[in-house]
Unconditional design. Structure first.
Length: 402
């Protein structure tokens, strides 16, 4: 039996090595990508299960390895840490049969299974409900929802204290002699920096691409480094970071550095009860006392609500009011936990654009019910669809909001 399985694996590997995508159609290759992805996940799960069994039998010692994770890391070309995490996940899933079955069937990646196992350890019973998210959405969405469940198991005061204890900053010299760094900051400190950095990066990105378009139109030629920077947003983000440190950056004139959502009764009372959220948009729960303290900051927007949906803000024209801009960035009530691209299956949550479902040129209103976030690629696709449908040719008579 074992020899037969080994022969099948070797035959499969030989077929994959001999694969030439040039002789297949695009649709055939797309189907093959999906099937290979499923097979890859199933193979990883089988490899870890086999490694766990080999380790329990001491087979790794016969190959000169004292630790089974070191042997698995060598065999798989990964680090010992990731190999150990995979083995620990396989062990933890023995108590979670549904997740274990999905992993073995190739419906989950090992990274998704690790996230589910970690969340189940902190929030018993959560793995089953998050399994559907793991199957239908990307790893990014799963991590965000799993993290949200884990942090909400802690009281806001305990979470806030843990976040402050976790703050850190490290720097080092890289192989190129550049300066590398990493760190952690509490959300009330880190989010304003991130928002200002994004704003400054967007400014540099637009400027670089305007320069490139100008050069293509016959204007002054650009230095090579300018063209390179226009192609690499990460390089522009580094420039934006330096400018932010040196000058503080210009920031966004129409956006807040920090947005707090707090139940109105909790804010007045000074503490929150169950079902009364108080959190930073994009940063998680905070104590009501911290919300009040942060409210002294001039760069803050506070949204005090009673859990009802915002639905009465509407006007004609494309320009959005300050109140509507804030409402559009909150996400769905009652949690108001931020926004992601509205296209199903897309997990992008940064650099989103507000799309009019019914275009303004077609008579659509600039209102919360007619607008939704889309990432740049999906926004371009939607605009092209509207153009082909003839919705951008002229303005129909304005309709009153429902």
């Amino acid at each position: 039996m074992a020899e037969g399985l080994v022969e099948l694996v070797r035959a499969f590997r030989a077929a994959v090595v001999a694969f030439d995508p040039g002789v297949y159609s695009g649709e055939d290759c797309a189907v093959l990508v999906e099937e290979l992805a499923t097979a890859e996940k199933a193979c990883v799960a089988a490899r870890v299960r086999a490694a766990a069994r080999a380790g329990s039998c001491g087979a790794h010692r016969e190959r000169g390895f004292a630790d089974v994770s070191d042997w698995l890391a060598r065999a798989s070309g990964s680090s010992s840490g990731s190999a150990k995490a995979a083995l620990d996940t396989a062990a933890a899933l023995q108590e979670q049969p549904e997740v274990k079955a999905a992993l073995e069937a190739g419906e989950l990646s090992m990274a998704q299974a690790q996230e589910l196992a970690k969340t189940e350890a902190s929030c018993p019973g959560s793995a089953a409900s998050l399994l559907g998210v793991a199957k239908e959405r990307g790893l990014k969405t799963l991590k965000e929802q799993a993290r949200d469940r884990r942090v909400r198991m802690m009281s806001p005061e305990e979470l806030h204290a843990s976040q402050h204890r976790a703050r850190a900053f490290r720097y080092w010299r890289t192989a190129l002699g550049t300066v590398g760094f990493s760190g952690e900051l509490p959300p009330e400190t880190g989010l304003p920096i991130m928002n200002r950095l994004d704003a400054e990066t967007d400014r540099l990105w637009k400027q670089a691409h305007c320069d490139v378009r100008g050069a293509a139109a016959g204007e002054a030629m650009l230095p090579t480094e300018s063209v390179s920077a226009a192609e690499r947003r990460s390089a522009l983000a580094a420039d934006a970071f330096v400018r932010l440190v040196e000058t503080g950056g210009k920031g966004k004139a129409h956006s807040a550095d920090l947005v707090i959502v707090c139940d109105l009764q909790a804010y007045r009372r000074g503490h929150a009860h169950d079902g009364e959220p108080c959190h930073l948009v994009g940063g998680g729960p905070i104590p009501v006392s911290s919300a009040r303290e942060l409210g002294k900051d001039a760069f803050l927007k506070a949204v005090l609500h009673t859990g009802t949906e915002i639905h009465t803000i509407a006007h004609f024209g494309r320009k959005t009011s300050a109140v509507l801009r804030t409402a559009l960035t909150l996400g769905a009530p009652p949690l108001f936990n931020g926004i992601t691209c509205a296209v199903e299956g897309c997990d992008r949550s940064y650099h989103l654009e507000q799309d009019h479902f019914d275009p303004v040129a077609n008579g659509g209103l600039t209102s919360i019910y007619n607008m939704g976030p889309k990432c740049k690629p999906h926004h371009r696709v939607k605009t092209e669809q509207d153009r082909k449908a003839g919705l951008l040719r002229g303005k129909r008579r304005r309709r009153p909001p429902p």
